[in-house]
Design a protein around this ligand. Sequence first.
Ligand SMILES: [Fe+2]
Length: 350
Amino acid sequence: MTTAHAFPYEASGDLPLEIRPRDAAARDLAALCQWLKDHREEVQRWLVRHGALRFRGFAILTPEDFERLARAIDPELKNEYLGTSPRDAVTGYVFNASELPDFYPIPQHCEMSFCANPPRRVFFCCLVEPARGSGETPLCDFRKVWRDLDPAVRQRFEEGGLRIIRNYSGPGQGDDRDPLRLKRWPEMFGTTDPAAVEAKCAEQGFEPTWLPDGGLRLVSTQPVHRDHPQTGERVWHNHVTTFHLGTAAAEYARIAQLRPTERYTGLLAMARSLEAKLREKPALEQSMHVTRLDGGEIPEADLEHLRDVIWHHTVIDAWQKGDVVAIDNHSVSHGRMPYEGPRRVVVCWA
Ligand SMILES: [Fe+2]
């Protein structure tokens, strides 16, 4: 890589492109932020080409340091979150990445792909490093997923369409000790005013139904793909593998293969029996599920093929304390591997 000015850093790798200080003097965060601001167009080009950048070895110790670096790449951070993970705010714009229990695998997804305008950038920062071989934030280039899907499967997904179902409990409902509980709808929308919720739903294209027990059902649709706004490349860009009720078992099956421990074979058995039980309930009553637009189930073989293609392109790198990863959310997805023990990863987006 060449620039008009001396490049005080080292860069290597593909997904992500890793940027490191050349020497101890170049670890300074203020200097890095200034360099990123001065070379914003070039940095944007790297981000789009590689899909993600990782900054390693810089003096990043706090959520505030992280926010500063993220703003140097994209000054327009947002703080409205319409996802499903329980997620706590740390600064005005930095959140704990997910409060979902440590054993739960978060499958690959482009952040808020089911919203009308998903974020263009997502940033993660590791403040407490998880134990080796766990707790990574894997990345996957969804341009390659679109390209490598069997054309017949792609066509069935496009013709069938996607219908996302989410059921949120109401104020005071649901058991806080239930590790897999979704947020309650007032937490999700930041208000207890049903009219405000309905306005937000209309803005995002979610169809709300108030349930007799105080809960809220959201049904929405989304396209199977989006075209990259800068390059025009077609990208697999939807939440089917995240929201589908078969997801947990499908992920554990692959994780248990990669990391054959008793923990994961046990979790796989548990997820399979839970899924069998859940399948007795109609699709509309599942806490999260995805069907075709006509309400029919998506063929299991198609989902399995899709998951195989995603896993084939997934890159799993260990976190190091102080790492920051900047992701082009238009092209690259992220997820989370299960872990045990301490881990702290924070997130912000633009
Ligand atoms: Fe996410």
